[in-house]
Ligand binder design. Structure first.
Ligand code: GLU
Length: 798
């Protein structure tokens, strides 16, 4: 059939455009892949993952020397009503933010453009014309009413509605007459009799459609001359020489129509890869109701592009190992479509955060700083019009403080705000406004005297304060290198950190306090929060915020409580603390007993209010007054470390395989890297707490805890050792005077053994004595071959 002319065909050329892949095998060509967004909204994580996989394919090939590999962005804006320029711009901006730069596409252009479907209308018309001329498509004059009534009849008869083929084999003369009369018509594709489309999908394997049974003759061009979506996609893939189509599963059914069109055109079909949907935690398709889904939102929320692409790559792909952290280059090296799996991937915000935190740690301060600056301005910590020197120093301080702890860059702003505020309540009556831990500390009586001493030091002018000549001291080593661990202070020779250390040491001596009994109350007094970052760093940030001409955004509502005001608030608060909470009472009993036994030594982590004298007691009292969980509810066993390696992502953790007498060794992660080398651990006999709930440490699932002894400030750590002839797997027990109890308690079952509820209650009473014997409540912890010991005397066990 030949159609000479028609209202919607006038401008058509009849030559087929070139199809670059004709006569070639797409699998063997340099990859030409495309991301084809419909600009009807912002770039969502699903689209971003599709773009990423395509980008990785092209980038991977290029790294291997394939200079002709190309990542193409094609804007699919055929749906004029829903497509907007703003959306296109925002999608392109997000792709750029993710670092997924396209080789061909809008803006960059290329040899196969234009790259917007709206600019390719002539091409679609000319291809339609060719298909008409060759009889692979035909004009259809059925009106909407006719089509509706056919559909109704089909539905009534229980058939699935489809075009009835009325004009498929119409008389050519009649067709010509109607065209000449100017009757409107659509161009329909003539689905060949018996046609099948079979694809070998990279992700989903072989998929076949019986075309005739699945679709009726479908429209290519509407009567208005506007091409239909699937037609555009097929023509574009053919004319752009696309070798592989990587897209979302929801487009799978489109492949049938697109495949039929490509076959009719004689253009080789690209290889297809349909990636599974991204699901929310409820296993439903990820949507806005699951929280942030658009890339732009993640950018705003403080996520890094490298962390985003790392996380997105794992939504349906892995490199064949448990590895989860990849840099961009590592992804390019490792990514392989053949390892993309077909099951739905659940979007896990916690994991994304964990990955983001890891990437933040991998970046240098200088790299992170501009991102933190953005957040400090956005969250009204800094005024962007402030003095640049102040902006620079505050940003640096906030970055150093947050570098190792932040999960997103927003955390640095939140942390800075928290540091500058002082949440101590005005009066003891308002105590419920602070966190439970702080309440407990104040009510324990441990706070009052330390805080009072701090106020007194301030009044006497001896409370160390940041060095106004170099406020940044706590953030720097003497050699000028920045310190990123938020609790490590500047080189000891610096005036302020050194003065603070000395002050705390003297205070501790005077009050006979150490460890958390000294540091928690002091922190609470200075910062309004009992635990957290190094006080000198926090005070330095506060000083920067209080300096004359500081760039902090007070007008934007930032709360900054200067030291002077803190001290006055503290003074007022202390006056409201009732008499009964001014002395640390309960723990005095415990301390006195232990002191008595050890001849005056202090217990780790426990202290007493200054001035309380102790009556020497006996450890039996300690046993009788103890009310916590029984030691033997813990499943502590003798084990042997059979394998040890450094955790890939953490410079603190060792990963170990430990034989605890079970069929398989257990995997355990321990924070021992700063204290030991791998050879110290290899083949060592250790004590292992086995019924802790399994937990992930920096992503490594850990099934237990190796018991160690440490000094008060945890700067020295030694192992708890079993006697040489203790047997692997044997249970470690406690029986008062070293005698096996008659009815040894069943160890609590794993999982039910919550660390907080049990171990942390037991741990304060687990110590080594002056001879290094491991003891609970002052009595030895035993194996059947004798007591457990440690190279550290007088240490706490955990
Ligand atoms: N334009 C489609 C979308 O945004 C993509 C179609 C395709 O990749 O073939 O979902």
């Amino acid at each position: 059939m030949s159609v000479a002319s028609g209202t919607n065909m006038e401008s058509m050329k009849t030559d087929l455009p070139p199809f670059p892949l004709i006569g070639k095998n797409p699998d063997e060509e340099p990859p030409r892949v495309r991301f084809a967004p419909s600009p009807t909204g912002s770039l969502h994580v699903g689209g971003a993952r599709t773009a990423l996989y395509n980008w990785l394919i092209a980038q991977g090939a290029r790294v291997e020397g394939d200079t002709n590999a190309s990542f193409i962005v094609r804007v699919e804006d055929t749906d004029v009503a829903r497509s907007t320029k703003e959306s296109e711009e925002s999608v392109l901006k997000d792709l750029e933010w993710l670092g997924l730069q396209w080789d061909e596409g809008p803006v960059t252009n290329g040899d196969f453009g234009p790259y917007r479907q709206s600019e390719r209308a002539d091409l679609y018309k000319s291809v339609a014309r060719t298909l008409l001329d060759s009889g692979k498509a035909y004009p259809c004059f059925s009106t909407n009413e006719e089509l509706e009534s056919v559909k109704e009849a089909q539905m009534k008869a229980g058939e699935s509605p489809r075009y009835d083929g009325k004009w498929r084999d119409a008389d050519p003369e009649l067709v010509q007459q109607k065209i000449d009369a100017g009757d409107p018509y659509t161009v329909r594709f003539k689905v060949p009799k018996g046609a099948r489309v079979v694809i070998d999908d990279v992700v989903r394997g072989t998929i076949a459609w019986d075309a005739e049974a699945t679709v009726g003759d479908f429209i290519l061009l509407r009567s208005s001359g506007v091409p239909v979506y699937n037609f555009c996609v097929a023509v574009d893939d053919a004319t752009m020489g696309i070798t592989m189509v990587v897209r979302a599963e929801e487009h799978l059914t489109n492949t049938l129509r697109q495949g039929l069109i490509l076959d009719a055109l004689g253009a080789p079909r690209p290889r297809y890869a349909h990636c599974s949907l991204i699901l929310g935690e409820d296993q439903q398709k990820l949507s806005k109701r699951h929280g942030a889904t658009s890339c732009n939102q993640f950018k705003e929320d403080g996520f890094l592009p490298d962390a985003m692409i790392n996380y997105l790559s794992l939504l349906g792909w892995n490199d064949g190992t448990d590895r989860e952290i990849f840099t961009r280059d590592e992804l390019v090296d490792s990514f392989d479509m053949s390892r993309v799996n077909p099951s739905g991937a659940v979007f896990d915000m916690q994991k994304l955060k964990w990955i983001n935190g890891n990437h933040l740690k991998m970046m240098s301060i200088e790299e992170v700083k501009p991102l933190i600056l953005e957040q400090l301005i956005k969250h009204n910590v800094l005024n962007s019009n402030g003095a640049s020197d102040s902006i620079n120093r505050i940003t640096l301080a906030a970055t150093c403080l947050a570098k190792q702890m932040m999960v997103t860059t927003v955390d640095a702003a939140t942390n800075a705000k928290a540091v500058l505020a002082y949440p101590l309540p005005q009066s003891f009556d308002d105590l419920s406004s602070v966190e439970p831990d702080e309440q407990k500390l104040i009510k324990s009586g441990a706070f009052y005297n330390v805080a009072k001493a701090i106020v007194a030091a301030y009044d006497a002018g001896v409370l160390p304060r940041p060095n106004e000549v170099n406020v940044m001291e706590p953030f720097e080593e003497l050699n000028g290198e920045l310190i990123v661990e938020d609790n490590a202070t500047g080189g000891g020779a610096y005036a302020y950190p050194a003065a603070w250390k000395t002050f705390m040491k003297t205070l501790g001596k005077e009050m006979n306090l150490k460890g958390k009994n000294l540091f928690h109350p002091a922190r609470l007094a200075m910062t309004g929060v009992m635990s957290g970052q190094d006080v000198t760093k926090q005070m330095a940030l506060l000083q920067l915020a209080c300096e004359f001409g500081s760039a902090v955004d007070l007008e934007g509502g930032l709360e900054v409580v200067p030291l002077e005001v803190r001290i006055e608030m503290l003074r007022g608060f202390l006056e409201t603390i009732p008499e009964e909470f001014r002395v640390k009472k309960e723990e005095v009993v415990v301390k006195e007993v232990v002191q008595g036994k050890k001849g005056g030594g202090d217990r780790r982590g426990e202290g007493t209010a200054a001035g309380v004298t102790s009556d020497a007691g006996d450890s039996a009292d300690l046993v009788s007054t103890y009310e916590g969980p029984a030691f033997n509810t813990m499943d502590v066993r003798v084990g042997r470390i059979t394998k040890v390696w450094k955790h890939e992502e953490s410079d603190k953790l060792f990963c170990e395989e430990v034989d605890v007498g079970e069929a398989e060794p257990r995997q355990i992660a321990s924070g021992l890297q700063p204290f030991f080398s791998e050879s110290d651990l290899q083949d060592r006999k250790v004590l292992v707490l086995c019924n802790l709930k399994a937990r992930k440490l920096a992503g490594f699932p850990s099934h237990g805890m190796v018991l160690c002894t440490s000094n008060d400030d945890h700067t020295s750590v030694k192992f708890c050792d079993a006697p040489v002839d203790a047997e692997i797997g044997e249970r470690v027990w406690w029986g008062g005077d070293g005698v096996l109890p008659e009815n040894m308690e069943e160890a609590a079952a794993e999982n039910k053994f919550a660390k907080k509820k049990m171990f942390e209650k037991i741990a304060p009473y687990l110590r080594t004595n002056e001879f290094g014997v491991c003891e609970f409540l002052g009595k030895p912890i035993m194996t059947n071959s004798g007591p457990c010991t440690s190279a550290m005397a007088d240490g706490g066990i955990s």
